[in-house]
Design a protein around this ligand. Structure first.
Ligand code: ATP
Ligand code: MG
Length: 256
């Protein structure tokens, strides 16, 4: 079975998508077969790998609601071993349409169960909310990465997130666990960044990845070219950090 990892934080703009897109690229570069599932109607991960959702006949919405086979929705990216289940704006409607559907929290899990055997890793890029789409992401995932931006309000909202994760574990998906919190947009010249890091390590001992993602303009630029950092600027600090995160994750998984 693949490792199924959700990237989740209801706070917006903390680096969920940047981390999902680029971690997937380096896992693929290390020879893993990776599927990135974009469950955010903003479709940032989809455009981030150079796919224009407006040109696609189907996206995740059509699999979640319309019964289209996931295999017919999944697209190859330009990187070997790196596939994506694209999103599109119509996915915003899915959250509403699913409300009246039986087992509505398990729709993404059903899809993952169908295609999982083709992959070593499945990454799920969640939207910035704790609504039904994110709940589908939490139920489908076995492990979670929580990106935390190194800024003043970083820890605010984390207790609400942890509470939601506990509820999902108790009521829906008992095997779910937190793989780690990932510090993003770290600026080593900024005292606040250092304080957020200390605070996180103190509050979540053993749960903070050793790898810290620095603030790096190349990471912000890459999606405008529809490229991962591996393709756009493989020597940048941001690229080195995501490569090291992929190594850290593979080595954690090998120890199990
Ligand atoms: P949302 O909640 O809207 O889905 P998100 O959590 O997925 O947002 P991203 O889209 O990955 O966050 O990042 C937010 C913004 O910050 C983007 O413009 C992105 O390019 C930029 N960004 C992310 N990580 C970094 C970084 N390490 N250095 C510089 N800019 C970054
Ligand atoms: Mg995002």
């Amino acid at each position: 079975m693949p490792k199924i990892i959700g990237l989740v934080n209801q706070k917006g703009g903390v680096g969920k998508t940047t981390s999902a897109v680029n971690l997937a690229a380096y896992l693929a570069a290390f020879g893993k077969h990776v599927l990135l599932i974009d469950i955010d109607p903003q479709a940032n991960a989809t455009s981030g790998v150079g796919i224009s959702f407006s040109k696609l006949p189907f996206n995740l919405y059509h699999s979640l609601i319309g019964g289209i086979l996931p295999e017919d929705v999944i697209r190859r990216t330009k990187l070997f071993g790196y596939d994506i289940m694209p999103s599109g704006p119509d996915l915003a409607g899915a959250a509403v349409e699913l409300v009246y559907v039986k087992d509505r929290e398990f729709k993404l899990k059903d899809i993952v169960d169908k295609v999982g055997r083709n992959y070593d890793y499945i990454l799920i890029d969640c939207p910035p909310s704790l609504g039904l789409l994110t709940i589908n992401g939490l139920v489908a995932a076995r492990e979670l990465i929580i990106p935390v931006q190194c800024e003043y309000y970083a820890l605010e909202g984390l207790s609400h997130l942890l509470n939601t994760i506990s509820l999902v574990k108790e009521n829906l998906e008992k095997r779910l666990k937190i793989k780690g919190a990932l510090l993003t947009m770290y600026d080593r010249r900024n005292k606040l960044s250092q304080e957020v890091k200390k605070e996180m390590v103190r509050n979540f001992p053993g749960y903070v990845f050793d790898t810290v993602i620095p603030r790096c303009i190349k990471l912000a630029e890459a999606p405008s070219f529809g490229k991962t950092i591996l393709q756009h600027s493989p020597d940048s600090e941001g690229a080195i950090a995501y490569r090291s995160l992929a190594e850290e994750i593979i080595s954690l998984d090998n120890k199990k």
